[in-house]
Structure formats: C-alpha cells, structure tokens
Design a protein around this ligand. Structure first.
Ligand code: PLP
Length: 221
C-alpha cells in the first residue's frame, strides 16, 4: 500500500458518503485519471474501482497502451473518428458517441463496442453531445450497427454552479427511461449530488479523488 493508495481509498469513501447522503443507491464511481500518472489508475484499481475514465487519446495510449489491464478504461473526452483506431486496444466503453460518423467508425474498427450516447441538453452547446431530439435516431443507428448501447452520458454546464445542471440532468434521465436504457453517466466532483438526485447511475469523479489537475497546457494531448 502506497501513500497514494491510502489517500485515494479515503477520498473514495468520502465520495461514497456524498452519494449516500444524496440518496444514491447502486451509483458507481468512475475515477477520472486524466492528467494524472498511471499510479492514479492503479491506486483506483486497488481501491476496488472496476474502471477509470480518460479524456485524451494520446495521453491515454502513452500511459496505458500495450499492457494487459485488470481494469476497464472509459473514454470520456471528445472523440474524433481518426482516434478510434488507436484507442481500440485500450478502451472498454466509449462514453462520448454523439454522431453518426463515430458510430460508423466504431462499428468498423471495434465491432460490438460498448457505448454510451452523449446527450447535449438544449441549454448548452459547443461541448460535444447529440441534441436530445436526435438521440433516439442515433441510438437506433448504433444498435443497427451492432454496437452495444448501454445508455447515455451527459456533462453539466461549466457555469452557474451545481443547480444549473439540474434541468439537463433531469432531461437526460427522462430520455434514458423513454429509450429503455439502463446506464446514465452524469455528475462530476462539483455537481454529483444533483446528478444523483436526478437519477445518475455513474458519477465521473476526478479532483475529489486525486486533487487539482495539472494545467492542460503543460501536457501532451
Ligand atoms: C474531467 C472530467 C470529469 C471529472 O471532473 P472533476 O470535476 O475533476 O470531478 C468528469 N467528466 C468529464 C467528461 C471530464 O472531462
């Protein structure tokens, strides 16, 4: 057990506590390890987490590629079609599928890939995500292409505080139910209570577990 192991285990317990106090049952925690070294991934694994979340394809492949990993890797960053090939050997769930070109590319390079469709609530654009009205057709297309559609993913707004995320989270949950899907990835360090109250089944948590992230500009993406 390293010092980091102890710290991550302790912080995980605290996040679990926050989820419980928000009324969450059976909500899983995806530790977001982007910008943190591979030790963060191993610490999360040793603390009992089944998978980690990563955003940047180059960083992810450099960090984790070429090894047999005993944990899953969820891709949660903006996904480009030309990155799918490099990600295929490492990624176990693609959480940010938001357009047909990605469905096509995934079906070709990673047949049967497990995916979430990223939903963009009307109130926010420019962060990726499929407009709500177009989600049912995209889900259908992904299923027709034999991808395994597990559910939906959404990201709350950057501004306005946790409450600003509530309407979008609620809309995502109602869409999930309408589509008969089961997994809903929503909520991060700052808005996980609101996400849990609105029916999240997986929160993606970075800074609450690993501390503040290094500045992006200093990293190779
Ligand atoms: C970075 C990131 C997270 C984790 O953010 P924290 O605020 O550090 O918990 C979750 N989801 C996505 C899509 C992210 O990019």
């Amino acid at each position: 057990m390293t010092e980091l192991d102890l710290q991550v285990a302790e912080r995980l317990a605290h996040v679990r506590d926050r989820i419980a106090r928000a009324g969450g049952l059976g909500v899983s925690i995806l530790p977001v390890t982007k910008t943190f070294g591979i030790e963060a991934c191993w610490a999360a694994h040793r603390a009992g987490c089944g998978a980690v979340g990563e955003n940047y394809s180059q960083e992810l492949v450099t960090k984790l590629g070429g090894q047999l990993l005993p944990f899953g890797v969820h891709f949660i960053g903006q996904l480009q079609t030309n990155k799918v090939r490099a990600l295929a050997p490492v990624v176990t769930v693609y959480e940010t599928v938001d357009r047909l070109s990605l469905v096509t590319e995934l079906a070709k390079r990673v047949p049967g890939a497990a995916v979430l469709i990223q939903v963009a609530p009307e109130s926010q654009e420019g962060k990726g995500g499929c407009p709500i009205v177009e989600v049912p057709a995209l889900v259908e297309a992904a299923q027709a292409a034999a991808l395994e559609v597990r559910g939906l993913m959404t990201v709350g707004p950057t501004l306005g505080g946790p409450e600003a995320a509530r309407p979008g989270f609620r809309a995502a949950r109602s869409l999930l139910d309408r589509l008969g899907l089961s997994m809903l990835s929503m909520g991060m360090t700052d808005d996980l209570e609101v996400a849990v109250q609105e029916g999240s089944t997986q929160v993606r948590v970075g800074s609450a577990l690993f501390g503040e992230r290094p500045r992006l500009s200093t990293l190779v993406r």
